[in-house]
Design a protein around this ligand. Structure first.
Ligand code: ADP
Ligand code: MN
Ligand code: MN
Ligand code: MN
Ligand code: MN
Length: 357
């Protein structure tokens, strides 16, 4: 057996080899379970625009995205990022999945979202997503929790500092740097209420870019965690009992909301959201009912509610926004496992459209 240090040294020798002008493009897509998958190809030269990236395909029968008799699913590039793992001119390519008959693949929610964003581009909608997630070790124990037991109750862990109060800072730091290098609009990180639960924020991003950047940030997180032998869970209630669930708070503003007098537009949006509470919840993540209990800083699923600085409401208006009279609002309902294309899509449809009474 070759030891891990030795193995790293051997690999380094190969990573140093000249690529002779060729560029590696890692194509990423979203599979049937809401996980990312990827495969790599060689390009003759460095892409400078998304149009330089060829369409590609994969075997959809191996991912539950197509039947065996018609298994090709096409990968259409929509955005690309600098590759923080291979570095150099190498890129990571985000793609949409398309079927052989020219229709979007069942799990391609980006296509509809992009149409909604284009239809309402005059409102210049910005989003900021707060992605919460939980770390597990390779044996499926919550990362760094005592063997067969539990850590002390919640309290010291949120933004915790010091041994026993915060875990896996190295994984989180590595991911932060990887996002910055890639060009993902990551705007912050913090340790969460449950030990080994963390959050990163992406945004503000305009329109369709929000879903793209969040998916790329998730992909980078999985890749970084792989190197540390850590598993990432996006489940909204990874542990039953008195442990916080995980959400994906969705911060939203339109151009009107961001300008003086914007509060009127925020209130308008909230009354529209109240009318479509159930339709929104249907797209706000599987198993979200395990999380939206009215406890652990959530509102109950039963009714829509909103309030200034209220973290127990469906939607919170930040105190600073209420004070200034303009800004944005925070929809606290979406779960950590949402497809951001579904959530940002229905958000724009609801707040920018006319809702019948
Ligand atoms: P919280 O206090 O809820 O934990 P965070 O600081 O974690 O808030 O996240 C706030 C998010 O709001 C960030 O992702 C940020 O990009 C986003 N945001 C800030 N201003 C706006 C805006 N005008 N429109 C949309 N999103 C915004
Ligand atoms: Mn093959
Ligand atoms: Mn936050
Ligand atoms: Mn949080
Ligand atoms: Mn929040």
């Amino acid at each position: 057996m070759v030891g891990i240090t030795e193995q790293t040294a051997i690999l380094a020798k190969y990573l140093d080899l000249d690529q002779r002008g060729k560029v590696l493009a890692e194509y990423v897509w979203i599979d049937a379970e809401g996980n990312t998958r990827s495969k790599c190809r060689t390009l003759a030269k460095k892409p400078t625009a998304v149009e330089d990236l060829p369409e590609w395909n994969f075997d959809g029968s191996s991912t539950g995205q197509a039947p065996g008799h018609d298994s090709d699913v096409y990968l259409r590039p929509v955005a690309f990022y600098q590759d923080p793992f291979r570095k150099g001119d190498n890129v990571i390519v985000l793609t949409e999945c398309w079927n052989n008959d020219g229709t979007p693949n069942k799990f391609n929610h980006r296509h509809e979202c992009a149409k909604l964003m284009a239809a309402h581009s005059d409102e210049v909608v910005w989003f900021g997503l707060e992605q919460e997630y939980t770390l597990f070790d390779q044996y499926d124990n919550v990362y760094a929790w005592p063997q067969g037991g539990f850590p002390a109750p919640q309290g010291p862990y949120y933004c915790g500092v010091g041994t026993g109060k915060v875990y896996a800072r190295d994984v989180i730091e590595a991911h932060y740097r990887a996002c910055l290098y890639a060009g993902v609009a990551i705007s912050g990180i913090n340790a969460e209420v449950m030990p080994s639960q963390w959050e990163f924020q992406v945004g503000p991003c305009e329109g369709i870019a929000m879903g793209d950047e969040l998916w790329m940030a998730r992909y980078l997180l999985q890749r970084v965690a792989e190197e540390f032998a850590v598993k990432i869970s996006f489940h909204p209630k990874p542990l039953k009992g008195d442990w916080n669930g995980a959400g994906c708070h969705t911060n939203v503003s339109t151009k009107n909301m961001r300008e003086a007098g914007g509060m009127k537009y925020i209130e308008d949006a909230l009354s529209k959201l109240a009318k479509r509470h159930k339709e929104h919840l249907a797209l706000y993540g599987a198993d979200n009912d395990m999380r939206l209990t009215g406890r652990h800083e959530t509102a109950s699923m039963d009714a829509f509610s909103s309030g200034v600085a209220n973290r127990g409401a469906s939607v919170r208006i930040p105190r600073s926004v209420a004070k200034e009279g303009f800004g944005y609002f925070e929809d606290r309902r979406p779960a950590s496992n949402i497809d951001p294309y579904l959530v940002t899509g229905i958000m724009v449809e609801t707040i920018c459209g006319a809702i019948p009474d």
